[in-house]
Design a binder for this molecule. Structure first.
Ligand SMILES: [Zn+2]
Length: 442
């Protein structure tokens, strides 16, 4: 393998003057459509199995049939057909099946101590009389307020296992993910999804509770309606198909000097191990009507959870996903790759839940989406830099080991999909956005 080069061309810049036959990267649909209820576009990729993800992956994206997206169709089901009283009864029965009275933990709630994990853990303990163990895969770089909220969670009456992956390995995988798939959040997502089920089997705690199903936020509707999480997200029988940071394991070992024990926390579990341990992985959002803003108020009322003291970059919000400094870059990269930034994700969810009017959501997207994450940029670039003094072999795989503003900008432009971006007189502009006249209803 050759080192990551110091410069790459931007096809989007080159094709800026064309208006037709523009290639769409990442398997995105060529024709851009926006949901008439929640403003999400059909470019929104579904949550993927990250340990199969490479630069050749074609994304499954949000279906918009007619003018309404699948997430909004699910919302309608939630507020129509579903009988929540009988779902609550199902949850009681499930808890009765697993509850222990001998002092051992009887369920695991993975999370960071944000509003959703607080809500799930608190409900299980104080309403359903369970004895949950909370488990946390640490953020890349804690924000001060994220760390405080994590502590508040524990002090609201919960035991916690915090796993912090090897910093040298985690930084290297984060940097490689940036280079290969422009996805600096990938190592976190992988670890977070695998950690709880794997730990459950080791500790003999059979029940694991996630928050809302992936489909409530934009995975296809076909995945909705089951209480169990698909094991594809955390197990694999086929080691040869596994990729981390977009690269095969053999390459990570040969060229980047990573060892088997370095990779182990990121490798999906053999499903047989979980079957033998009778692990049962569920969504709380199947049993309880999930409403993120309500979870926020619930967390404020029942624990010392506090919103961030400042507005989150790229959006208007202060209380969602606020514990990891790299998160700013996560949403900035989704904006460049898919035209969908953090204000879109936030306001689409709130418009769907009727916390916002659609017009307000459109205005917020116009105002905040794609805002450059200046506030933690220096620290995040240092985090993702691979100096020779720390990395020896791996450092040689980057023609530019230390990330600079210019290098990040070059990479950014390389990953902009030509069907979404053009470079005009005033710099980069989106070809399609929900606030543009052509997409606004009169
Ligand atoms: Zn929608």
């Amino acid at each position: 393998m050759k080192p990551f080069p110091k410069s790459r061309d931007s096809l989007a810049a080159k094709l800026s003057k064309s208006d037709s036959d523009l290639p769409a990267y990442y398997g995105l649909p060529n024709e851009v459509k926006f949901c008439s209820i929640c403003i999400l576009s059909n470019q929104r990729p579904a949550s993927a199995v990250e340990f199969n993800h490479s630069d050749e992956t074609k994304k499954v994206t949000l279906p918009i049939n007619g003018e309404v997206c699948d997430a909004c169709r699910i919302h309608k089901l939630k507020h129509g057909k579903i009988d929540w009283a009988s779902r609550e009864e199902e949850l009681r029965e499930l808890c009765n099946q697993y509850r222990r009275n001998d002092g051992r933990h009887d369920c695991i709630v993975p999370g960071s101590g944000g509003k959703d994990s607080i809500y799930a853990a608190h409900l299980l303990k104080y309403k359903y009389n369970m004895n949950p163990l909370t488990v946390t895969w640490a953020p890349h770089i804690y924000t001060a307020w994220g760390w405080k909220n994590f502590q508040s969670w524990i002090h609201a009456g919960f035991d916690n296992y915090l796993f912090t992956p090897n910093g040298l390995v985690h930084r290297l995988l984060t940097r490689i993910s940036l280079e290969t798939i422009f996805h600096p959040f990938q190592p976190f997502i992988i670890g977070q999804k695998l950690f709880a089920p794997a730990l459950a089997s080791q500790l003999d705690i059979k029940l694991v509770f996630w928050g809302e199903p992936e489909s409530e936020d934009g995975n296809p509707i076909a995945e909705y309606g089951t209480s169990e999480q698909d094991w594809k997200y955390f197990t694999s029988k086929d080691r040869d198909s596994i990729k981390l940071s977009g690269l095969e394991l053999g390459i990570l070992k040969e060229y980047f000097g990573l060892k088997e024990h370095d990779l182990k926390p990121y490798l999906p579990v053999d499903p047989q191990i979980l079957l033998d341990a009778e692990i049962d992985v569920r969504y709380m959002g199947y049993y309880e009507l999930w409403h993120p803003q309500n979870n926020y108020y619930y967390s404020m009322d029942n624990t010392n959870f506090k919103p961030a003291p400042e507005r989150t970059v790229g959006t208007y919000g202060k209380y969602s996903g606020i514990d990891d400094k790299i998160d700013d870059f996560h949403y900035y990269t989704t904006f460049l790759k898919f035209g969908i930034g953090r204000a879109t994700y936030d306001s689409a969810q709130e418009a769907r839940n009727e916390d916002l009017l659609r017009d307000e959501a459109v205005d917020l997207v116009k105002r905040y989406d794609g805002e450059y994450p200046e506030r933690f940029a220096k620290e995040c670039f240092e985090y993702m830099s691979i100096p020779e003094s720390e990395y020896g072999l791996a450092s040689k795989m980057f023609e530019v080991p230390m990330i600079t503003n210019e290098y990040f900008e070059m990479l950014s432009d390389n990953f902009r999909s030509p069907h979404l971006w053009r470079k005009g007189k005033n710099g980069w502009e989106l070809r399609h956005a929900c606030w543009m006249k052509k997409y606004l209803k009169t």
